[in-house]
Design a protein around this ligand. Structure first.
Ligand code: GDP
Ligand code: IMO
Ligand code: MG
Length: 423
C-alpha cells in the first residue's frame, strides 16, 4: 500500500474533501496536516452531505483512523459541533484523534482575526474566514501558543496562560476588545479536556508504524498553493503551507516516504477572499460558472470569484508540489459551454511570461487565453475515460500538457461515485 498526499493546486475549494472521502474507502489512516476550521471540505456520500472544517474527510470509514495532525490549529468548540453533525448521521465518529502538538484556537484568536481585518482598507483586506487562523499561527511562530497537550496538564496550562495573557490583553485593548479572563479560559479548556482529552495523542508512532507496515495512509491538505504562506499571493494568504512540503512537516513524515502526490484542480478557477486573481471574469460567463458550479463558500457562504482554468497557476503548483498525478474535478460544470478557455500565459507590461510572478505583478497580469471546443453534452454519468466525449478528453490532455502531470482522476459530479479513474 502507499502514502498519498492530497494537495489543493489552485486557490482552495478544488474538491479535496470529496477525493479524500473516495480514497479513504479503503484507507487505514487519514491525517489533516495543516490549517484549521477555515477549511470547508464538502463530502456527499450515503451518510448525507457534510461540510467538514477540521475533521479529516476519512471520518466516514470507521476503519480509517483520522488524525488531526501536529501542523494543524484546532478549535475544540467548533470541532465538537462538527462531530455532533457527523454523529447525527449514525456514525460513532470514534476514529478521530488529535495530535498533542496541534495548537489551540482560543476565543481571543477569533476576536483578533475579525478586528485586524476590520482595521484594513478594502485593498488590503485578506477576507479571512475569521476562524482565528492568522493570530493562532502567529502565536505558534512567536512560541507563546497553547497546544493540545497543555490542556491535559492544568497547572502547565495556567502558567502558560499567565505568561501570555498580559500581552494578549494589550493586543485586545488596542482593538477596543474586552480582556481575556484566565478563569474563563481555564474553564473552557477543562470542558475541552472532558470532551476530547482521551483523543489527544502523539500521532507520530501511529503514523510511523502504519507506514512501516505498509498501510494505506492519506495526507489531507487544506486550501491551495496560491494561498500558501510562502508561495501564495502574500499577504492575501493563509498562515500555513498547504503544499506537499507542508504535508511532511505537518504530518511528521519524510518526503522520501510519500509515494503519490495528487494535485486537486478544478476544471476552471475560483478564489474566495482578497488578492489578485488574473483570470477573474466579471461577465456572463463568470456568472454562469458560479451558478452552474454552485460556487459559494462551504465555510462562509460567500460567492466565489470565478474564471477559466489558469494553467500558469497550475503549472507553478505542479513545480512546487511535484505532483505525480492530477485529479480534475467539476468537469461537468463545463458541460453546457459552447467554448472553453485556458489561460496559458500572462502578459505584464507587454512582456509574456509562463510563470506566476510575485503578488504586485499579478495585479497587473493580463491572461493570454487559448480557446477550446466545448462538448455540450452530459458527462455526469461517465465512469471511465472512454465514456468521456472527444472534446473533454482533448481538454484534459491539454491540461496534462500545460502542467506536466498526468490526469488520473476526473470527477463528474459531487457524489462519491461520480468519479472515474484513468487506468
Ligand atoms: P474542498 O475545500 O477542496 O474540499 O472543496 P469544497 O468542498 O469547498 O468545494 C468543492 C465543491 O464542489 C463542493 O460543493 C462539492 O460538493 C462540489 N464538487 C466536488 N466535485 C464536484 C464535481 O465533480 N462536480 C460538481 N458539479 N460538483 C463537485
Ligand atoms: P478549503 O480547505 C478557500 C482564504 C480566505 C482568505 C485567505 C486567508 O476549503 O480549500 P484564513 O481564514 O485562512 O486566514 O484566510 O484564505 N481561505 C480559503 N479559501 N478555501 C479554503 O479552504 C480557505 N481557507 C482560507 O478566503 O482569503
Ligand atoms: Mg472548501
Amino acid at each position: 500500500m502507499s502514502v498519498t498526499a492530497i494537495v489543493g493546486a489552485q486557490w482552495g475549494d478544488e474538491g479535496k474533501g470529496r477525493i479524500v472521502d473516495y480514497l479513504a474507502q479503503d484507507a487505514d489512516m487519514v491525517i489533516r496536516f495543516q490549517g484549521g476550521d477555515n477549511a470547508g471540505h464538502t463530502v456527499i456520500n450515503s451518510y448525507g452531505k457534510f461540510a467538514l472544517h477540521i475533521i479529516p474527510s476519512g471520518i466516514f470509514n470507521p476503519d480509517t483512523l483520522c488524525l488531526v495532525g501536529a501542523g494543524t490549529v484546532v478549535n475544540f468548540s467548533t470541532m465538537k459541533e462538527e462531530l455532533e453533525g457527523v454523529r447525527a448521521s449514525g456514525l460513532a465518529g470514534d476514529n478521530l484523534r488529535i495530535d498533542k502538538r496541534a495548537h489551540l484556537i482560543m476565543p481571543y484568536h477569533c476576536q483578533l482575526d475579525g478586528a485586524e481585518e476590520q482595521k484594513k482598507s478594502s485593498k488590503w483586506a485578506i477576507g479571512t474566514t475569521k476562524r482565528g487562523i492568522g493570530p493562532v499561527y502567529s502565536d505558534k511562530a512567536a512560541r507563546v501558543g497553547i497546544r493540545a497537550a497543555d490542556i491535559l496538564e492544568p497547572d502547565r496550562l495556567r502558567t502558560r496562560l499567565e505568561m501570555l495573557l498580559p500581552q494578549k490583553n494589550r493586543q485586545l485593548a488596542y482593538y477596543g476588545l474586552p480582556e481575556a479572563d484566565i478563569e474563563a479560559l481555564m474553564d473552557l479548556c477543562a470542558s475541552w479536556r472532558e470532551e476530547f482529552g482521551g483523543q489527544i495523542i502523539d500521532s507520530l508512532p501511529l503514523l510511523r508504524d502504519a507506514v512501516l507496515s505498509g498501510k494505506k495512509v492519506i495526507l489531507e491538505g487544506q486550501l491551495g498553493v496560491m494561498r500558501d504562506l510562502d508561495w501564495g499571493i502574500y499577504p492575501y494568504v493563509t498562515s500555513s503551507n498547504p503544499t506537499a512540503g507542508g504535508a511532511c512537516s505537518g504530518a511528521g513524515i519524510s518526503p522520501r516516504r510519500i509515494d503519490r502526490i495528487v494535485g486537486i484542480v478544478k476544471a476552471y478557477s475560483t478564489s474566495v477572499g482578497g488578492g489578485p486573481f488574473p483570470v477573474e471574469l466579471f461577465d456572463a460567463e463568470g456568472e454562469k460558472l458560479r451558478e452552474v458550479g454552485q460556487e459559494f463558500g462551504a465555510t462562509t457562504g460567500r460567492p466565489r470569484r470565478c474564471g477559466w482554468f489558469d494553467a500558469v497557476a497550475a503549472g507553478y503548483s505542479c513545480w512546487l508540489n511535484g505532483f505525480t498525478e492530477i485529479a480534475v474535478t467539476k468537469i461537468d460544470v463545463l458541460d453546457t459551454f459552447r467554448t472553453i478557455k485556458i489561460c496559458r500565459a500572462y502578459t505584464i507590461n507587454g512582456e509574456t511570461i509562463d510563470y506566476v510572478p510575485e503578488t504586485s505583478q499579478q495585479d497587473i497580469a493580463e491572461p493570454v487565453y487559448e480557446q477550446w471546443e466545448g462538448w455540450q453534452c452530459d458527462t455526469t454519468k461517465a465512469r471511465s475515460w472512454d465514456d468521456l466525449p472527444r472534446q473533454t478528453k482533448a481538454y484534459l490532455e491539454r491540461i496534462e500538457e500545460l502542467t506536466g502531470a498526468p490526469v488520473n482522476i476526473v470527477s463528474v459530479g459531487p457524489e462519491r461515485e461520480q468519479l472515474l479513474i484513468k487506468e
